[in-house]
Write a protein that binds this ligand. Structure first.
Ligand code: HEC
Length: 207
């Protein structure tokens, strides 16, 4: 009987301790100051302290505000140049397209789909459907429109500025242009050997 009581007691202790553990892991209510919140600790009542004279910022550029600020210590001149360009400032090489495809598949495909028609898996599971990149309006939209959408978000789409740096935004845009071309190419501009292969796939065409 005593043994049973001991087992019950240890269960209770374990249950209450696991409760404590849970409370300790409450990440939403941490004992820390949010920027500019009040503090009794300082005479001016502000938890954010004035910068010592002569301080220089550790982080600069488009990533300075992200959680770690680490990326903000990288050379920012390229980011700045890429960020202010109106059209893709990089030559469209296979390397740029491959990088763009990889970044697109990570950051955009879940909603916009592999072909860019807006029927990605997240949209199929209930997120609002994005418009198709193959709509006339987006086919004709300038590069910079795509850049701004990624940087600032658009309607219900969140901004991706903290995850996709400016040069990668242009790589993604080059890839989106390739996707658009893949669905809307002028057949007469195809190289002769590709045209021949295409003709061969037509029903009744040469085998
Ligand atoms: C979580 C889903 C989601 C992801 C991920 C996403 N988008 Fe979107 N995107 C949307 C939705 C939804 C819209 C339509 C927003 C609206 O009209 O309110 C949209 C709209 C757009 C538009 C059209 C804006 C216009 O003029 O109508 C572009 C361009 C675009 N997204 C580019 C991108 C790129 C590039 C990426 C990857 C870096 C990306 N999106 C990632 C959901 C997403």
């Amino acid at each position: 009987m005593k043994q049973l009581a001991e087992i019950l007691l240890s269960c209770c202790v374990a249950a209450s301790l696991s409760g404590c553990e849970k409370a300790k892991q409450d990440m939403y209510d941490q004992p820390k100051y949010k920027p500019l919140s009040r503090s009794e600790l300082f005479a001016d009542g502000n938890s954010s302290r004035p910068l010592p004279q002569g301080s220089v910022p550790y982080s600069q550029g488009s990533f300075a505000g992200t959680s770690s600020g680490r990326k903000g210590t990288d050379d920012v001149s390229e980011d700045a140049a890429a960020g202010s360009a109106q059209n893709n400032p990089y030559p469209v090489t296979m390397q740029l397209l491959l990088r763009g495809r990889q970044r697109y598949q990570i950051y955009c495909m879940p909603c916009h789909s592999a072909v860019g028609d807006g029927d990605g898996l997240i949209a199929r599971r209930g997120f609002p459907h994005p418009p198709s990149y193959h709509d006339d309006r987006l086919r004709q939209a300038p590069d910079r429109h795509f850049f701004d959408v990624v940087t600032n978000g658009y309607g219900v789409m969140y901004p991706y500025a903290d995850r996709v740096d400016p040069s990668d935004r242009w790589a993604i845009i080059a890839y989106i242009r390739a996707l658009q071309l893949s669905q809307h190419a002028d057949v007469s501009r195809l190289p002769p050997d590709v045209l021949e292969r295409l003709e061969a796939t037509k029903p009744g065409g040469p085998r």
